[in-house]
Design a protein around this ligand. Sequence first.
Ligand code: CMP
Length: 224
Amino acid sequence: MTAPPSVSMLLLRNVPLFSALPEQQLALLTSLVSRRSFPRGTTIIAKGDITESLYVVISGRLKVMMSDEEGREVILATLGPNEFFGEMGLIDDSPRSASVVALEACEMLSLSKRDFKKCLEENFEMSMTVMRGLVKRLRGADQKIESLALMDVYGRVAHLLLEMAETVNGQRVVTKKVAKQDIAKMIGASREMVSRVMKDLQSGGYIEVRPGAIVLHETILTID
Ligand code: CMP
């Protein structure tokens, strides 16, 4: 049997959630967190489950989602390296508010509820990082409500692309691979509608689709 991969001080020091912990606490934490790999498609936590642990993403991407019995799905957010999840249930002792599923093979650190609460109790900066994470989620949720209530599908797609874009050589570019089906689940539209809108945005000169990248032109800012 192979031993589980160990967790070094250096790895923890580079995780924003833990980076403010004093040396001694960080050393203690190396024996409290476990490091695990999950294949693509794994449900790491399921909505309604009882809450046991907090997770920190080391590598890979995940989606936070909800679904109904017919398999319809809404994606609330996507998460990547250095982000954490599973804190909500730990804070209010409620069941998991959503499911979190690996979009790619992922590596994760997990920390038990007891140890997470103990860390928060002893470290104000870590509590602030968790609070900032919660505020970020609330802002994201507010934006989603705004786009669902006030924008048409053109506005929602444009908004999402701008949100996902990074600046490369002065241009706003989306380099993350995201399927049209997943865009549809993020903005509450059908895949066919998303395809049509993307085509229109392309022919209207708002976006340029290149292999592995979508370049956003300034004019996309005029869509709402
Ligand atoms: P918890 O409720 O314990 O389990 C599901 C987790 O998904 C939750 O904690 C958060 O970490 C995360 N989550 C829930 N809603 C959102 C959201 N709107 N945006 C990002 N992450 C979320």
